[in-house]
Design a protein around this ligand. Sequence first.
Ligand SMILES: Nc1ncnc2c1ncn2[C@@H]1O[C@H](COP(=O)(O)OP(=O)(O)OP(=O)(O)O)[C@@H](O)[C@H]1O
Length: 275
Amino acid sequence: MTATATTNAAPETGRPFVAFDHVSLAYDDSGNAIEDIDLTITEGEFVAFVGPSGCGKSTFMKLCTGLHQPTAGRITVDGAPVNGPLKITGMAFQNATLLPWRTTLDNVMLPLEIVQPHRSRLRRHRKDYVEKAMGLLQTVGLDGYADSYPWQLSGGMQQRASICRALIHDPRLLMLDEPFGALDAFTREELWSVLQDLWRQQRFTVVLVTHDLREAAYLADTIYVMSKRPGRIIEQRQVPFPRPRHLELTYTSEFSDLVYDLRARIGSIREENTQ
Ligand SMILES: Nc1ncnc2c1ncn2[C@@H]1O[C@H](COP(=O)(O)OP(=O)(O)OP(=O)(O)O)[C@@H](O)[C@H]1O
């Protein structure tokens, strides 16, 4: 794992990067899935979305990346309206979804065969790209596994590779939908550090969707709590802990208090649901 300096690496630009201007989305005539979302994510910020199941966290992501268009309101990313799928995003999901017939290295390199300008450059600059992929694999502790196939890797190793794949084309926006949800607690905590290191080195903007409140509190600068359907932002919490964060933080009373508050907030939403 790479060593990290002891500064807070979040860029201090404060420049708006993702802006939702009173955005709602109705998939069909059953009403809004998310409603009146109005928020700004600054460049290099690490934000987490938490909320009860079905509140619209994944819908938020799909809107951010242009996979769906809002029914009302306006979304801009890096100052431009989002009218279709964005090239500047990288994504990782709960399942690593690596292609079983490709080696780890070839899985990580896959976006380069699809996303421009890398696609046009790949043949001529393959050596540089391989070097870059190997560097990423080393950062996540997978050096030595470049030629292994996904079925030869543990779940945690596969997820490390999938994070490398999400980052190989230098996305400015990293979307993570429950990326560690299927992993055991130890592996998950290890990968928090891996992700924090990568983020501090490369300063991309991160949108993390998670059910794990400790994960949100450990990783994020800002946590948005969403209501039950139709999903609205009902709370925005700044996370005050300095970076780099270490696992000891999770045993402090400040950390427990934050997680407890978030849990209570989500508990109260769930209760409303059953009344
Ligand atoms: N393609 C779709 N067509 C119709 N309805 C959809 C579609 N995708 C999601 N929905 C509905 O929109 C609402 C929000 O779904 P979404 O997947 O965004 O929630 P979520 O908070 O990510 O859920 P979970 O925490 O369970 O993963 C849900 O009621 C869901 O049934």
